[in-house]
Design a binder for this molecule. Structure first.
Ligand SMILES: O=C(O)COP(=O)(O)O
Ligand SMILES: [Mg+2]
Length: 220
């Protein structure tokens, strides 16, 4: 295996979090007296962090003003903190896949656009926190994915460098992040990607699940 470290996206790659995100958005929109959004809309809105999710929920003919955005973020944070993990599910193959990756002895990290206040409890609640030597969230570095900073930060924390790192994600944001940082990138097809299928041509490999990713990485 040529890789010395592995970084994983969280939402849409390891965990299906849309049920909880949709519930927090539903309660936020009720608080703000705004029209509801469907779970499908929420699935398409996820990927660029909490503020963009809230902004997309609140955008109708025009973007929300600063005051509505501030109220939206405060309400979302309150509700998501209460429901985070309740309806979250593992995607198929993730539990076995993480165990198999862990067994390789390579250092593993999570690199997510989810704010740290929600990432850390979610990893604990789902029982996978112990797999990761580093967790880089949407507010750990000054810039979120697709900026390379979170991936560079993770590689440094793992004692690796981007050229020796494999990033595994579900979206174009992960592909861009990896390209910007200089890492290889595999994508899973089952995540969110703003409602578009991830294109095999855009990443180094489209892999059905984390186990397939490991088998492919062994021969890379
Ligand atoms: O919070 C988001 O928008 C998505 O998070 P992710 O980077 O783990 O997919
Ligand atoms: Mg994702």
């Amino acid at each position: 295996m040529k890789f010395r470290s592995i970084t994983f996206d969280l939402d849409g790659t390891l965990l299906d979090t849309v049920g909880d995100l949709a519930e927090a958005c539903r309660l936020m929109l009720i608080d703000l007296d705004q029209a509801p959004r469907s779970e499908t809309e929420i699935r398409h809105f996820v990927g660029r962090g909490m503020a963009v999710l809230v902004e997309r929920c609140l955008t109708r003919e025009s973007a929300p003003d600063a005051e509505l955005m501030a109220r939206g973020i405060a309400a979302f944070q309150r509700h998501y903190a209460a429901v985070n993990g309740h309806r979250t599910e593992f995607f198929p193959g993730v539990r076995e896949g993480l165990a198999a990756w862990h067994a390789t002895g390579l250092p593993l990290a999570v690199v997510t656009n989810k704010p740290a206040a929600f990432t850390e409890p979610l990893l604990e609640r789902t029982g996978i926190a112990h797999y990761f030597q580093a967790v880089v969230s949407g507010d750990t570095t000054p810039h979120r994915k697709p900026h390379p900073a979170p991936l560079l930060h993770a590689c440094a924390a793992l004692g690796s460098v981007p050229a020796d790192n494999l990033h595994i994600g579900d979206s174009k944001h992960d592909i861009e992040t990896a390209r910007n940082a200089g890492s290889a990138v595999y994508c899973v097809p089952y995540g969110y990607n703003e409602g578009e299928p991830v294109k095999a041509a855009d990443c180094d490999a489209l892999v059905a699940d984390l186990g397939v990713a490991l088998r492919l990485a062994h021969s890379a």
